[in-house]
Unconditional design. Structure first.
Length: 202
């Protein structure tokens, strides 16, 4: 864990042009997903497709970022659900898409800065912003892992970030595939279950 002065962290909102300009930094930060529970074996082709999907939201793409010593150390990415069809297509035309929904995509914090309130600060900024835009609810897809998964670190603790911001699990799940580190250390394409969580606004 990095020791740092909280006062030196700046929080900003980026739009599409900022996202494109800083894409290499964002891709590098997404390597955090190599850790449990995602166990994402970073793949350049998958990354390009993933970010191309986000950018279909155009000017409706929102990114709230944390900067420390000019380095990107955290990001919260989202967009209106109906504007981000390429990245969250499975949620469209479901009961969850009724009203005016917003989709929370990634929340990524540099592993060196975990446990220091940066994710909470980003979400507060993001939620404050979208609460003023008339959205009815916010949706997020969270990966699920069995409690007995052999890849679970001995000191792993499930984040209470979502419950602290009053997101609630739904019955809606999807299977999504990405290259994954197996228990033996090999890399293979694995299907993962993601569950939709919802937070009602207003």
């Amino acid at each position: 864990m990095t020791t740092f002065d909280q006062k030196k962290i700046s929080y900003e909102k980026w739009g599409l042009s900022d996202y494109k300009e800083n894409l290499p930094k964002i891709k590098n930060l997404r390597k955090t997903y190599m850790h449990f529970p995602y166990l994402y074996a970073y793949d350049a082709a998958e990354e390009d497709a993933y970010h191309d999907a986000y950018m279909t939201a155009g000017e409706h793409l929102d990114a709230f970022v944390a900067i420390h010593d000019e380095e990107l150390i955290g990001i919260s990415i989202g967009c209106p659900l109906m504007r981000g069809i390429a990245i969250c297509a499975d949620l469209v035309d479901t009961e969850l898409s009724k009203g005016k929904p917003y989709y929370f995509g990634d929340i990524i914090i540099d592993k060196n800065y975990w446990g220091q309130g940066i994710a909470s600060a980003l979400y507060k900024n993001h939620l404050k912003y979208i609460s003023k835009k008339g959205y009815s609810h916010v949706l997020a897809l969270l990966v699920e892992k069995n409690d007995d998964d052999p890849r679970t670190p001995s000191k792993f603790k499930k984040s209470d970030l979502w419950s602290s911001f009053q997101f609630h699990p739904t019955n809606f799940t999807i299977n999504y595939s990405w290259k994954t580190f197996t228990a033996s250390g090999e890399i293979k394409q694995e299907k993962h279950t993601l569950r939709a969580y919802i937070k009602n606004l207003g």
